[in-house]
Design a protein around this ligand. Structure first.
Ligand SMILES: CC(C)(COP(=O)(O)OP(=O)(O)OC[C@H]1O[C@@H](n2cnc3c(N)ncnc32)[C@H](O)[C@@H]1OP(=O)(O)O)[C@@H](O)C(=O)NCCC(=O)NCCS
Length: 330
């Protein structure tokens, strides 16, 4: 049975504290000109001291539930996409469910890095097929600035913190959008796992009092990642359009992962999407990993870029490597 998957509410939140390119140039040997011309990023939002990924996730989640007209007690599943959880254990999903006051829910984290939103939509679709009465809260909450090496100019300029959440049900009451299709994949043939890594897991041995080594932080081979990101996002977008018999002209808005303006432009060119149909907000947030596409969707809506009936094509790419695409009908 084909159970529909409706987005009933969408909420986003980024910390208020800003870090501009000029601020960064006081920390590392970089400049506003270099960062803007290579990435399109002008500023990023970073967590306040003591603020956590779950805190910003909760704010986004509350906004999504409010728009949906749902209470925390209505939620049956809390799914959190994050590669920067508050702790290795317990899950950030359990922490968010507790802070929201959800009661007894199935709560768990999953990591698909920057592709978390696409993977989460796919998971939600499967869960709703098995359990049509479910009410799923999918939260993408990321604190990348807690894991960048602030001495490494090739990565620390790229990332920011943020959160986005959607409430999903099979029931279409006051739905904001409907998930038309979603495709997710990862690189299982070539071992590309080393292209983007964040340490701090159990592969490394730590002892109390031992200084933290470089492996603890985010590492990335930027040029290689760039090539894969362009090729894989363009290919999966073509696949999802083809299997839904949609032409690129029928896409009203393209909302790609907001990692780098040059990647976004290159994917748009490969797809032949006119620039006015491509949404970008990477200049304001940097790369917020799994939160990037929901944050972009939220901003696009707030700016009146999405109207009822619109087809929105989204795509993501991240560590793993993982990538995905989804079609929403508003
Ligand atoms: C990271 C990225 C912006 C670097 O751009 P690039 O054009 O590939 O630049 P390179 O890494 O080749 O570095 C070129 C030079 O700039 C320097 N450089 C790197 N970061 C710099 C910075 N922040 N400021 C100034 N110079 C910098 C390098 O040291 C290098 O100098 P050198 O030529 O003297 O050795 C680019 O590769 C990229 O965006 N990759 C994709 C990253 C991404 O989006 N990842 C997430 C996907 S989910």
């Amino acid at each position: 049975m084909n159970i529909p998957c409706h987005i009933r509410g969408l909420g986003v939140h980024a910390p208020e504290r800003l870090l501009t390119n000029d601020d960064l140039s006081t920390l590392v040997d970089t400049s506003d000109e270099w960062i803007t011309s290579r990435t399109g990023i002008r500023q990023r939002h970073i967590l306040h001291d003591g603020e956590t990924a779950s805190d910003i996730g909760v704010t986004a989640a509350r906004r999504a539930l409010t728009e949906a007209g749902l209470e925390p007690g209505d939620v049956t599943h809390v799914l959190v996409a994050t590669c920067t959880p508050d702790k290795l254990c317990p899950s950030t999903a359990c922490i968010i469910a507790h802070k929201l006051g959800c009661g007894q829910v199935m709560a768990f984290d999953f990591s698909a890095a920057c592709s978390g939103f696409m993977y989460g939509l796919s998971l939600a679709q499967s869960l709703l097929s098995a359990q049509p009465d479910a009410c799923i809260l999918l939260v993408c909450a990321e604190a990348l600035t807690r894991r960048v090496n602030w001495q490494d100019r090739s990565t620390c300029v790229l990332f920011g913190d943020g959160a986005g959440a959607v409430a999903l049900t099979a029931n279409s009451d006051n739905a904001v959008a409907t998930l038309q299709d979603v495709l997710c994949t990862s690189s299982s043939v070539d071992n590309l796992a080393d292209l983007i890594t964040i340490g701090g897991g159990t592969a490394e041995e730590y002892a109390p009092g031992q200084p933290i080594g470089e492996e603890f932080f985010l590492h990335m081979q930027g040029r290689e990642v760039f090539k894969h990101a362009v090729r894989d996002m363009a290919a999966i977008c073509k696949d999802i359009l083809a299997r839904n018999n949609l032409s690129v002209e029928q896409v009203d808005l393209f909302v790609p992962h907001q990692a780098n303006l040059r990647i976004i432009e290159a994917v748009g060119q490969r797809l032949n999407i006119r620039p006015e149909h491509v949404f970008t907000n990477v200049e304001s947030y940097g790369n917020t990993s799994s939160a990037s596409v929901p944050l972009a969707l939220g901003d696009a809506r707030a700016q009146g870029r999405i109207r009822p009936g619109d087809h929105v094509l989204m795509t993501t790419f991240g560590a793993g490597l993982t990538w995905g695409a989804a079609l929403l009908r508003f």
